[in-house]
Design a protein around this ligand. Structure first.
Ligand code: EPZ
Length: 429
């Protein structure tokens, strides 16, 4: 498996182009199952998770085609991909495919809505907690489906079609919101989803579904109203910029010092993390063409953070923020409330000399003067990138082993960082 080697101590200066959001692209691709017409998605990031989902979708009968590059388009731009589910040939999503990535479980909603049945393996994905699927089962059941768990599979059926329902999520879930919203587009009558996830990716999916002919209002608030329609059609939709990639590079610049324009980033998608970054001592300016982050000379101030559903501080930036706090002048407390086991980067950061102790769901980080390079191991996507960021600010060489997870969620990471002066390279393993 490949490794990434970082020689720390160089500030980042230049421009980093932000890719389309992985966590928007995945549900948007799944939405293609809802129609026999073609869904064209622009700005699809080139990632292992996207490729894995393409394999799952083709197994259901989806044809996909990558649009040829146009003159003037450079190799770094997101791709435009056409998805056509003219005929669903299989409503089973098998273990071998679903076990790799949790989001693939979400196909259950569209398959059930369109084909009135689905059999989907219980999911896998990053090992960051138990991550059950009860909210998916309960919300689809509320729409009249029979849902059973049998031999590691969730078996769903609604022979007479789904019916609109009022459902209140007992806990905010991004995936269950995506799934129930997609299913409800083809249900008979009105569905009201309360305590829905407000993440920008939910809003992006709703915009795309509406372009396909759905009638959804309120996406982006905690109450989403969906009036079911007979059928959906094709559409063309551009995937919104990746707010987690944006935050990751913003924290990296704060960590190393320097001056970087995050081109194509939208400040409105990550107000809370940017506010925290300013508190920590970086300068952050929103421009028309992106976000400029600078830190020159000033030390990093400690800031306490608690992860929360959007618009709170995202769990997907918790590890990266912890890397930044390892160099703060003082103590920062970082509390994880979304996933109970998302602290696997703690012991790896400690290898670089960080002082972190765990107190239940809170990590207490005592900033140190300097980090020192060491071999470390990546254990999940965001944990992996936190180690790269820490390595950029550490003295000497850091080797991040098993970067498989990084490739799931960061497009051309080492090229983007090297373009800003980082000494970083990939070793094929
Ligand atoms: C999405 O995962 C993201 N994945 C995650 O990003 C992100 O960390 C997470 O939302 C929270 O923001 C994608 O969008 C592809 P949830 P999801 O359902 O939908 C519990 C990354 O690094 N829960 O909102 O799987 C669950 O255990 C990834 O890019 C139930 O209890 O997250 C968790 O504690 C990792 N029952 C909480 O809800 C359920 O049926 C929130 O999870 C479903 C979830």
């Amino acid at each position: 498996m490949d490794s990434i080697v970082v020689e720390g101590g160089t500030p980042l200066n230049g421009v980093i182009t932000i890719s389309g959001a992985k966590n928007a692209a995945l549900p948007l691709m799944i939405a293609s199952l809802l129609t026999e017409e073609t869904l064209v998605l622009e700005n699809v990031p080139h990632l292992v998770d996207v490729e894995s989902l393409i394999r799952i979708l083709t197994n259901h009968g989806v044809d996909y085609q990558v649009e040829g590059k146009r003159a003037g388009q450079n190799g770094t731009e997101g791709r435009t991909v056409h998805f056509t589910a003219g005929r669903i040939v299989d409503t089973i999503a098998p273990y071998e495919l679903v076990a790799r990535m949790r989001a693939s479980f979400w196909v259950i909603g569209p398959l059930l809505a369109r084909m009135r049945q689905a059999r989907v393996s219980l999911p896998g994905g990053c090992a960051i907690g138990t991550r059950p699927v009860d909210l998916f089962i309960d919300s689809l059941r509320a729409m009249g489906a029979t849902m059973e768990v049998e031999g590691g599979y969730v078996v769903a059926s609604a022979p007479g079609g789904l019916k609109g329902a009022e459902y209140r999520f007992p806990k905010v879930s991004v995936g269950a919101t995506h799934c129930a919203m997609m299913a409800a587009t083809l249900a008979r009558g009105r569905t009201v989803l309360d305590n829905a996830a407000r993440e920008p990716e939910v809003g992006d999916l709703a915009r795309c579904l509406n372009a396909m002919g759905a009638r959804i209002s309120g996406a982006g608030t905690s109450r989403i109203v969906i009036d079911g329609v007979e059928a959906l059609g094709g559409a063309r939709h551009r995937v919104l910029p990746d707010r987690i990639e944006t935050g990751t590079y913003a924290f990296a610049v704060a960590m190393t010092g320097g001056d970087v324009l995050l081109e194509g980033a939208e400040a409105g998608l990550l107000e809370r993390p940017l506010a925290v970054l300013r508190e920590a001592g970086a300068e952050v300016e929103a421009h028309n063409d992106g976000i400029r982050v600078t830190r020159n000379g000033a030390g990093i101030r400690p800031v306490d953070v608690t992860t929360e559903p959007y618009p709170g501080f995202p769990t997907d930036l918790q590890a990266q923020f912890m890397a930044l706090m390892t160099r703060a002048r003082g103590r920062a407390r970082i509390t994880e409330t979304i996933f109970e086991n998302r602290f696997m980067h703690v012991q790896e950061l400690a290898r670089l000399g960080a002082h972190i102790s765990l107190d239940g769901q809170t990590a207490v980080v005592d900033g140190v003067e300097r980090l020192k390079g060491a071999p470390v191991m990546a254990t999940d996507l965001r944990a992996s990138v936190s180690l790269v960021i820490a390595g950029l600010a550490a003295e000497g060489e850091t080797t991040v082993h098993r970067v498989y997870h990084l490739d799931r969620g960061f497009e051309r990471l080492e090229h983007k960082l090297a373009g800003c002066g980082a000494r970083i390279r990939r070793l094929a393993g």
